[in-house]
Design a binder for this molecule. Structure first.
Ligand code: NAD
Ligand code: UDP
Length: 330
């Protein structure tokens, strides 16, 4: 039953979004095979299929994985993910995120694997042309950091491989992934952690210091940054839909994944306080370099193309799942 639709290779499947997607894949009848270097992955997150420990830049390893499992498609999550780190030290971002994607696409060509879903990001857009306005997929692509530039380069590589070799592909541009598996089997754990929701929960639990609120003077209703927080289980479901779309011969392209609703840092902190019943100790801090004031998705194309829209649209529901995960492990 678990493999009725065939194996899917999930690079980075021991990480946050990849592991939630493996659970959704298994529920939909695919057999996920995780390839993860474990540089930021967790053994406990690999629960729905085998783990091949290794690097996506390892061509020989990729050939053996394709030969052994004959995956019907690839979901490519494996990447370094810290924007700030990519500014300070861009080399590993181009090597791992761009070089890794190139090695993967070449192995797919050799193996004749026809389709890939790529973890792209809102960072391919850069600063919104109209501050605060939702950005659709036609927004100019002007990333402002090496992380976003490497992701955009992969999107363009996918288009070239599609045109020349017939590779079918979907780039999913996530906005801010948040929350945890509603059944409590998975959650978010990055080391070092840079994301707002887990840091705020850690502050509420007392396992981390006070939350530093980066910037109080943005042109937003309460002066703090606004982001579009989308639940990780909704992201996972979008990948399953994208696989079906490509398998049916649907057109390749790029889609935003967000809720279309923005919440400020202060609204997130209030939601953590409601979920936890505890105060979130916080302190004002300067703006973080490279942070646009507001990033909100226009997500209508994902609905039109995939029939996807998020199930969990309100911040309290999203944050509650994260709170339950962290509180159970504290
Ligand atoms: P994560 O760090 O939890 O997962 C990434 C996984 O990739 C890790 O398990 C890591 O060990 C693995 N990995 C890294 N380099 C590898 C390599 N060369 N070979 C094999 N495995 C490798 O990150 P995440 O938050 O789950 O993000 C998943 C993807 O989604 C990334 O591509 C990221 O850029 C993208 N993304 C994330 C967000 C977000 O809000 N978390 C937003 C937009 C895009
Ligand atoms: N943020 C913050 N304090 C923190 C971490 C994040 O104020 O300790 C803010 C950050 O400036 C951004 C929002 O929270 O506006 C979301 O940041 P995160 O790092 O979670 O995701 P990003 O938007 O950078 O992808």
């Amino acid at each position: 039953m678990a493999e009725a639709k065939g194996h899917v290779l999930v690079t980075g499947g021991a990480g946050y979004i990849g592991s939630h997607t493996c659970k959704a894949l298994a529920a939909a009848g695919y057999g996920p095979v995780v390839l993860d270097s474990m540089v930021h992955g967790h053994p406990w997150a690999v629960q729905w299929g085998p783990l091949v420990e290794g690097d996506v830049r390892d061509a020989q390893l990729l050939d053996s994985v394709f030969a052994l499992f004959r995956p019907v498609a690839v979901l490519h999550f494996a990447a370094l993910t810290s924007v700030g780190e990519s500014v300070a030290d861009p080399g590993p971002y181009y090597d791992n995120n761009l070089g890794g994607a190139l090695a993967l696409l070449e192995a797919m060509r050799r193996a004749g694997c026809p389709a890939v879903v790529f973890s792209s990001t809102a960072a391919v857009y850069g600063d919104p042309a109209v501050p605060g306005a939702p950005m659709d997929e036609n927004h100019p692509l002007a990333p402002v950091n090496p992380y976003g530039r490497a992701k955009l380069a992969v999107e363009r590589m996918l288009a070239d491989y599609g045109a020349a070799y017939g590779l079918r592909h979907m780039s999913l541009r996530y906005f801010n992934a948040a929350g945890a598996d509603p059944e409590g089997e998975l959650g978010e754990e990055h080391d070092p952690e840079t994301h707002l929701v887990p840091l705020a929960i850690g502050a509420a639990l007392g396992t981390r210091g006070p939350l530093r609120v980066f910037g109080q003077d943005y042109p937003t209703p309460d002066g703090t940054c606004v982001r579009d927080y989308v639940h990780v289980a909704d992201l996972a479901r979008a990948h399953v839909l994208a696989l079906g779309h490509l398998a049916r011969g649907g057109p390749s392209g790029a889609l935003n994944l967000g809720t279309g609703r923005g919440n400020s840092v202060r609204e997130v902190l209030a939601a953590v306080e409601r979920a936890s019943g505890r105060p979130v100790p916080c302190e004002p801090a300067p703006r973080r370099a490279g942070d646009p004031g507001a990033l909100v998705a226009a997500a209508g194309r994902a609905r039109a193309v995939l029939g996807w829209s998020p199930d969990l649209t309100d911040l309290d529901s999203i944050v509650s799942t994260a709170w339950r995960w962290h509180a159970a492990r504290a």
